[in-house]
Each structure stands twice: as C-alpha cells, then as structure tokens.
Design a protein. Structure first.
Length: 201
C-alpha cells in the first residue's frame, strides 16, 4: 500500500479571520464605536482634546474622576470624553435639556444651575457602559464651562473647560448652595484655578 500525502490548503481569508478573532479574544484589538458629536468632520477646525472618564479603586476608597478635570482650549477646538471604565456620562451645568425626565444629585434638569456661558449650547450624554465609548463636542462660544457626571456628581466628579479666556460669567460664580457638598468643594478648587489662567487665542 502506498502512502499518500494529503495537502491541506487553507484560503488566505480564513487565516486573516482567525488572526482577527485571536486578537479580539486576547484584547489586543479594540473596536471603538463612532463617537456621537455636535459637529461634522468637515466642520472640525481645531485641536481635539481627550478627557478620560475613570473609576479608580484602591484599598482605601473608590474615586470617580475626569482626567484631566481642567482644560484651556481655543474656540473651534473639540473635547472628546472617552469611557475608560465604570459607568459615567458628561453633562453641562444648564437648566433644562432633552432629558427632562432624569433626576440626579445636581437637581432635575429644570432646577440645575447655569454654569456655562450664556448662548452656549448645553450637552448631556447617555450613561456610557462600554470602555471606548465616547462623545465629542466642539466649543465655539468663549468662556468658562462647568460640567459633571450624573451618577457621581455627589462624589465630586465635575470638570471645567476654559474656551479662549476665562471671561466673567456663570462658570466662575460660586457654586450654588443646592449642589452636593463634594461637588461644591471640587468646583471651588476648579474655579480658583480657572481665575488664575490667562487663556488662549
């Protein structure tokens, strides 16, 4: 009896598919969804700044933070909030928005204080749960913007963005008394920092 060699031929596309699956399984390949945004690609004119939304867990405490929690950007620049872990979102301090049925520690939408420049369009994202989810917002109105995370505003998860220069306005006013204590402490820190900045053009 003669021994016959059997050749196994594998199509190249099968090998590529297997490699992609292996990368996904091992976590080397991350497919991020397209980020919701308030602009089209053709409208984007400036730099893109990335802010991570992070939950930090240690033996002593759990922290929920924006990293960085303060930025100085130019009009026309875009901020991209990206979820690193946990469950977070980003919301402008502004009375009233499309999520009128949502209540949180910052007050119901109609009760929230105005802490962004007059005439600026507010934003509020859904809660992000999948690492890599993101939201982009292009800033065109100069001034100081305060924002927060719905689930963690009571833990002081707030941030500030200076667009252009720190002009006097709602974002530099003392925190409203109805805000959670840790949010007020953090806002006071950020406001003091913002007042010391010269801004950019």
């Amino acid at each position: 009896m003669q021994n016959r060699k059997v050749e196994l031929r594998v199509e190249p596309w099968v090998l590529l598919l297997a490699a992609a699956v292996a990368l996904l399984v091992t976590g080397w390949l991350v497919v991020k969804p397209n980020a919701p945004t308030n602009q089209t690609k053709s409208e984007r004119s400036g730099k893109v700044w990335v802010v991570k939304m992070v939950t930090k867990v240690s033996d002593e405490r759990v922290e929920h933070v924006f990293e960085p929690d303060r930025l100085v950007i130019a009009p026309g620049d875009t901020v991209r909030w990206e979820l690193e872990n946990g469950i977070h979102n980003t919301v402008a301090f502004h009375p009233g928005d499309e999520h009128v049925d949502h209540h949180d520690d910052a007050g119901s939408p109609d009760e929230r204080p105005l802490r962004i420049p007059a005439g600026a369009k507010p934003w509020e994202t859904d809660h992000m749960r999948t690492p890599g989810e993101a939201f982009e917002y292009m800033f065109t109105v100069e001034g100081v913007y305060n924002y927060f995370c719905h689930p963690h505003v009571a833990q002081g998860m707030v941030g500030v963005i200076i667009v252009g220069s720190p002009k006097p306005g709602p974002g530099l006013e003392p925190p409203q008394k109805e805000l959670p204590e840790e949010a007020k402490v953090k806002l006071n820190e950020l406001i003091a920092w913002a007042k010391a900045q010269k801004g950019v053009r």
